[in-house]
Design a binder for this molecule. Sequence first.
Ligand code: SF4
Ligand code: SF4
Length: 313
Amino acid sequence: MTGRKESQFDNPFPTIIDACQSGTMAEKMAAPLPFPRMLDVELTNVCNMRCQMCPVGCRLQTRPVGYMTIGTLHSILREAKKYRTPIRFIRWGEPLLHYGWAFAIRSVVDAGLACHLNTNGLILTDLDSFGGRNRKQLINSGLTSLKISFQGTDPNTYQLWRGKNLYAALMEALKDLRRLRGGRRTPVLQVGTTITTESELLVRTFREEVAPFAEACYVGHTVDMTATEEVPVYGQCPEVFDKLSVNWNGIITPCCSDWNEFMNLGRVPETSLKQAWNSKALRAIREDFLAGQFDRYRPCRNCPRFPRARRTP
Ligand code: SF4
Ligand code: SF4
């Protein structure tokens, strides 16, 4: 393994997320940012899970599937570099299924930007193939932070939504990642999960189980993005005022929950991120939101509007 063994960055993501979740939409409209606070980049929308609440898992996503080219990623990074905008490899699909994930992380780090990745962890659990090698590579990749996504709080609730009995293997992978990181500060290890009817006791037990191995534990509520019933709108959305997301094929959207290009703002590199950020189309979306017109946009109809995950103290 060559290159730096530890990210050169302090972890900027909690501060950015706090900034996204502060203030009202009216305040943000009155003082627009020159560029998004961070960029969510989809390396691929291919996934190795079939989660029941997810448009990818349920095959409701009808847009083409594929993998981001290095050329598209570098177009994004050229702009992000000017504003020192951190990158998160998240969105739809499993980023570690991209053939060049390690190169992608290295490209972000070499651009001088902080980098975060979310994974469902499935390919880290398989020690008969490349799971062990992937764990080492991930820890040594230069990532600033890494989140392992669980589901529920125990093997039963995990299997219910994800359809696989992998809870214990994922917990073992988390412990091994912590062991491999040793005394280094990065990648900051995080665990995320969402719950439905789990009891407070189960949640507390889960938090206690992961606490020795992860610096942060986020517990949110499962959102069934495939549901057709509308849910109440809470009134403030930081997505369209603070961030941009880019799909594997370069399509730019203002919302990380937009699974099917419903809010298409153009495509990198023909449309720059700056153009999309200042576009009439995005301004119209922001004005609709200020007027309470969330329901004009498909992803917003059953969105709990950016649930505020709680972090383990
Ligand atoms: S929730 Fe994540 S892991 Fe599950 S199917 Fe969707 S993209 Fe894949
Ligand atoms: S889906 Fe939710 S988070 Fe996304 S733009 Fe709509 S209200 Fe905001």
